[in-house]
Structures are given as C-alpha cells and as structure tokens.
Design a protein around this ligand. Structure first.
Ligand code: HEC
Ligand code: HEC
Ligand code: HEC
Ligand code: HEC
Ligand code: HEC
Ligand code: HEC
Ligand code: HEC
Ligand code: HEC
Ligand code: HEC
Length: 249
C-alpha cells in the first residue's frame, strides 16, 4: 500500500518546470485506465485520441490545415510532447531545433557543415518559419514565402517598394528560387554562384541579343551591371559609380 501511494502521487509525475495541468491535478485516470486496457501504457485511447479529448482546437486546426505534419497527422503527439511534464516550454521533449533534428537529420547535417548559415536556422528557431502541426502553405510555412521573409527583412521590402524596376521573381515573392532558407556554401545564402544562378532562368542565347552583353565577360559578371532585386534605373541596372560604364574592371 505504501508503494502504491508513492508511485501514484501526482507530484512524482510533474517534477519538471512545465507541468501538464491534468497530471499536476492528479487526474491520471483522464488518460489511463488504472487496471487494464487494449492500448499500451494502460491508455484509455490509442495515439493522439486521448489528447484530442481535451484539445479539440488542435484537432480542429489539424483537420482544417491544407498541409499536415506527418507525425501529427498520425497522432504521434508523444514523439514531440511529454504527456506529463518537461523542462521545455509547451511540454516539448527537447528544446527548439533539437526536437526537429530528431527526425530531420539531413537539415541538421546541412546546417552544421555549410559555410554560410541563416541565423534563425542556426539558432534552432525552426518554428519562427514553420508551424509544427499544420499550415495552409507548402512545407508547413507559417506564411507564404515572400511575406515570411519580409517579417525579418523589412529593409529588402522597403527597397523594392521604392524601386523603378523590380526583378520579377523578387516581386512575386519567390525568394527561395535564389536563396536557401537554411544554409549554403555561398555568400548571401544564394543556391548557386552567379552566373549559374542567373542561367537557371535566362538562356544565354537570349542574353546575347542585348548589345551590352557582347563579350563573354559581359555574360558572366552579371552583378557588375545589374542588381539582383531591384534598381532605381531600368533593367535592374546599377549606376555609373558601380562600373556600369566601365564593364569588366
Ligand atoms: C494527458 C494524458 C495523461 C495523463 C493525465 C497522465 N498520463 Fe501517464 N501517460 C500518458 C501517455 C500518452 C503515456 C505514454 C507515453 C509514451 O508512450 O511515450 C503515459 C505513460 C505513463 C506511464 C508509463 C511510463 C512512461 O513514462 O512512459 C506511467 C507509469 C504513467 N503514464 C503514469 C501516470 C500517472 C501516475 C499519472 C497521474 C499522476 C498520469 N500518468 C497521467 C498520458 C497521460
Ligand atoms: C484531461 C484533459 C487533457 C488531456 C487528455 C490532455 N491535455 Fe494537454 N492540457 C490540458 C490542460 C487543461 C492544459 C492547460 C490549458 C491549456 O493550455 O489549454 C493543457 C496544456 C497542454 C499543452 C501546453 C502546455 C503549456 O505549457 O503551454 C500541451 C503541449 C499539451 N497540453 C499536450 C497534450 C498532449 C500531447 C496530450 C495527449 C498525450 C494532452 N495534452 C492531453 C488538458 C489535457
Ligand atoms: C513534430 C513535433 C510535434 C508533434 C508531433 C505534435 N506537436 Fe504539439 N507542438 C509542437 C511544438 C514545437 C509546439 C510549440 C509551438 C510554439 O512554440 O509556437 C507545439 C504546441 C502544442 C500545444 C500548445 C498550444 C499552442 O498553440 O501553443 C498543444 C496543446 C499541442 N502542441 C498539442 C499537440 C497534440 C494534441 C499533438 C498530437 C495530435 C501534437 N501536439 C503533436 C510540436 C509537435
Ligand atoms: C517524430 C519525427 C518528426 C519530428 C520530431 C519532426 N518531424 Fe518534420 N516531418 C516528419 C516526417 C515523417 C515528415 C514527412 C516526410 C518528410 O518530408 O521527410 C516531415 C516533414 C516535415 C516538413 C515538410 C512538410 C512538407 O509538406 O513537405 C517540414 C517543413 C518539417 N517536417 C518541419 C519540422 C519541424 C520544424 C520540426 C520541429 C518543430 C519537425 N519537423 C519535427 C517527422 C518529424
Ligand atoms: C527563415 C525561415 C526558415 C527557418 C528558420 C527554417 N526553415 Fe525550414 N524551410 C523554410 C522554407 C522557406 C522552406 C521551403 C524551401 C523550398 O520550398 O524550397 C523550408 C523547408 C524545410 C523542410 C522541407 C525539406 C526541404 O529541404 O525542402 C524541412 C524538413 C525544414 N525546412 C526543416 C527545418 C528545420 C528543422 C529548421 C530548424 C533548424 C528550419 N527548417 C528552419 C524556411 C525556414
Ligand atoms: C525570424 C527572422 C528571419 C526570417 C523569417 C528570415 N530571415 Fe533572413 N536573416 C535573419 C537574420 C537575423 C539574419 C542575419 C542578420 C542580417 O544579415 O540581417 C538574416 C540574414 C539573411 C541573409 C544574408 C545572409 C548573409 O550571409 O549575409 C539572406 C540572404 C536572408 N537572410 C534571406 C532570407 C530569406 C530568403 C528569407 C525567407 C525564406 C528569410 N531570410 C527569412 C532573420 C530572418
Ligand atoms: C534572382 C535571384 C534572387 C531572388 C529571387 C531574391 N534574391 Fe535576395 N539576393 C540575391 C543575390 C544575388 C544577393 C546578393 C547581392 C549582392 O551581393 O549584391 C541577394 C541578397 C539578399 C540579402 C542580403 C542583403 C544584403 O544587403 O546583404 C537578403 C536579406 C535577401 N537577398 C533577401 C531576399 C528576399 C527576402 C527575397 C524575396 C523577396 C529575395 N532575396 C529574392 C538574389 C536573389
Ligand atoms: C527564378 C528565375 C530567375 C532567376 C534565377 C533570375 N531571373 Fe532575371 N528575370 C526572371 C524573369 C521571369 C524576368 C522577367 C521576364 C524577362 O525579362 O525574362 C527577369 C528579368 C530580368 C532582367 C530584366 C529586368 C527588366 O526590368 O528589364 C534582368 C536584368 C535580370 N532578370 C537579371 C538577372 C540576373 C542578373 C540574375 C542572376 C543574379 C537573374 N536575373 C536570375 C527570372 C529570373
Ligand atoms: C556590361 C554590363 C552588363 C553585364 C555584365 C550584364 N548585363 Fe544584362 N543588361 C545590360 C544592359 C545595359 C541591359 C539593357 C539593354 C537594353 O537597354 O537594351 C541589360 C539587359 C539585360 C536583360 C533584359 C533583356 C531584355 O531583353 O530586356 C537581362 C535578362 C539581363 N540583362 C541579364 C543579364 C545576365 C543574366 C547577365 C550575366 C550573365 C548580364 N545581364 C550581364 C548590361 C549588362
């Protein structure tokens, strides 16, 4: 009898900084059958179902989301949350990025080995860009790509707003057609070096038609004459001072 009391004292199951309210209140039987069950750990219901009993909003949001995170959809709530208590906010088993890296080792490896790392990704702030459960945007993004990037890069947004010419993929918010959101080996997180990056969408044959692109050098050093995002001049052109009138220097 003493043993029984000791084990089932709620405080033993809620020693962490963050305590799950029903556990703290000793309501063990809201999730467990004390005697027997068809489910592992004497749970009343399998998988995510016991959680949805009290977290209807989570269930509703999940059902409504266009893109669902696989472990959440499968009801594997306890692959990320402790049902009882935790040292981390929101009862998470591990803090921030460490949690995600449990299953996304490829991203972890890429960030660890790349020369240039995007600061929020390096800091493990994955949920500043991704929703953990579901989303209406591809790749579980909290917002569509352009809007997401402008959350922290207002300066880029402001420059575009007052420019005379804006590069079409930039205007369309297709930031990840040129930048890797996590990490790369190239400055400014570009996915490929210039001019390969530009040739992704611009055919050399088309570029040759432009008078100013005559020499081979003109068709590799794109950034000598053009800005990547926008310009106060036409055709994304840079000003005199940047060497436009002295190409190849
Ligand atoms: C919110 C639902 C919920 C409440 C309330 C709850 N548990 Fe659990 N418990 C679970 C789930 C889910 C698991 C299975 C975890 C897993 O599979 O990783 C579990 C597992 C366990 C286990 C197996 C060992 C372990 O940690 O995996 C024990 C023992 C246990 N709970 C005891 C208790 C006691 C005692 C209480 C009350 C103080 C309690 N639980 C309250 C959901 C709950
Ligand atoms: C018996 C009701 C009940 C069940 C079952 C239940 N929860 Fe909770 N949960 C609560 C209450 C009450 C709170 C505190 C109020 C709130 O944040 O909604 C809470 C809060 C949480 C929080 C937020 C904690 C924080 O610090 O903000 C998480 C995460 C959570 N529950 C996950 C789960 C998971 C995972 C399951 C299934 C294993 C589960 N809950 C099952 C009642 C329940
Ligand atoms: C892939 C990991 C993962 C899985 C699986 C997962 N969650 Fe979460 N959940 C999170 C993270 C991360 C947060 C905290 C988000 C934040 O800090 O903005 C969270 C937050 C929550 C909260 C707090 C509410 C809020 O909006 O802050 C509840 C409740 C919750 N989850 C319940 C569940 C339930 C129920 C399931 C299973 C159906 C589940 N979670 C599955 C990662 C997960
Ligand atoms: C328990 C394992 C697990 C954990 C933990 C986990 N994921 Fe996932 N995640 C998956 C699986 C499985 C898929 C689907 C297969 C795939 O794309 O790799 C997935 C897919 C994704 C996708 C792509 C979704 C799509 O529609 O293509 C993103 C983004 C993602 N996870 C982000 C996260 C973030 C952020 C975290 C941390 C909060 C996290 N994951 C934690 C298992 C996990
Ligand atoms: C600055 C915003 C941002 C941060 C921070 C971020 N991601 Fe992403 N992530 C994205 C975007 C944008 C995509 C979609 C890329 C695409 O469509 O090409 C993506 C895609 C993914 C995918 C899908 C697979 C893939 O490569 O396309 C996974 C998994 C993922 N991220 C996990 C993570 C994890 C884990 C973290 C934290 C270490 C994290 N992300 C941090 C913006 C971010
Ligand atoms: C949560 C905030 C946040 C979000 C969202 C975010 N960034 Fe960043 N980004 C930063 C910080 C912090 C830095 C480093 C400081 C700086 O250069 O402003 C940075 C730097 C960069 C750099 C320069 C890297 C270098 O090496 O100089 C690029 C390029 C970039 N971000 C692109 C993006 C793109 C594309 C997106 C959208 C997919 C995005 N960012 C979304 C916070 C963010
Ligand atoms: C056509 C390719 C392309 C697209 C699309 C693009 N960028 Fe860039 N971005 C670049 C290049 C190339 C650089 C480096 C420019 C340089 O060094 O002069 C850069 C630089 C940056 C920087 C660093 C700025 C600085 O002054 O150091 C940020 C931040 C950034 N981009 C964010 C974004 C955001 C946000 C979007 C989407 C709205 C976006 N980019 C779309 C190619 C692109
Ligand atoms: C993701 C596709 C994509 C990438 C990558 C890309 N562009 Fe573009 N670019 C476009 C589209 C679409 C247009 C508008 C249609 C057109 O003029 O072909 C455009 C137009 C331009 C224009 C003409 C703008 C005007 O107002 O006349 C210049 C200059 C230009 N791009 C330079 C570059 C440079 C330099 C790079 C490499 C840093 C690059 N582009 C990379 C898609 C791209
Ligand atoms: C020596 C300076 C210079 C270099 C280097 C240069 N451009 Fe240009 N580019 C121009 C000028 C000037 C125009 C405007 C032509 C006009 O007014 O007809 C232009 C126009 C363009 C256009 C618009 C073409 C059209 O039909 O409207 C694109 C796209 C473009 N450049 C892409 C590139 C790419 C990609 C590179 C690198 C591979 C590059 N440029 C290198 C000077 C240059």
């Amino acid at each position: 009898m003493r043993m029984f009391k000791k084990i089932w004292r709620p405080r033993r199951w809620a020693t962490g900084k963050v305590k799950h309210q029903p556990v703290e209140n000793g309501e063990c039987v809201s999730c467990h059958n004390p005697h027997q069950s068809e489910n592992k750990k004497l749970l009343l219901k399998p998988d995510g179902k016991p959680c949805f009993e009290c977290h209807e909003d989570i269930q509703k949001n999940l059902a409504a989301g266009k893109v669902k995170h696989q472990p959440v959809e499968n009801g594997e709530c306890v692959s990320c949350h402790s049902p009882h208590q935790s040292e981390n906010k929101k009862l998470l088993l591990k803090p921030d990025g460490k949690l995600c890296f449990e299953c996304h080792e490829d991203i972890q490896k890429k960030i660890a080995t790349a020369k240039v790392k995007h600061q929020p990704a390096e800091n493990g702030e994955c949920v500043s860009c991704h929703n953990p459960h579901q989303s209406d945007n591809k790749k579980l993004l909290a917002k569509s790509v352009g809007k997401l990037c402008f959350e922290c890069h207002e300066d880029v947004q402001q420059q575009i707003a007052k420019a005379k010419s804006v590069h079409q993929p930039v205007a369309n918010g297709e930031c990840v057609s040129c930048h890797d959101p996590h990490a790369t080996d190239r400055a400014k997180l570009v996915t490929k070096p210039v001019p390969a990056l530009c040739f992704e969408c611009h055919e050399d044959a088309d570029l040759r038609k432009v008078e100013r692109h005559k020499t081979a050098g003109d068709r590799t050093a794109c950034m000598t004459c053009h800005f990547a995002h926008q310009s106060g001049r036409e055709h994304l052109l840079k000003g005199k001072e940047t060497g436009f009138f002295a190409p190849g220097k």
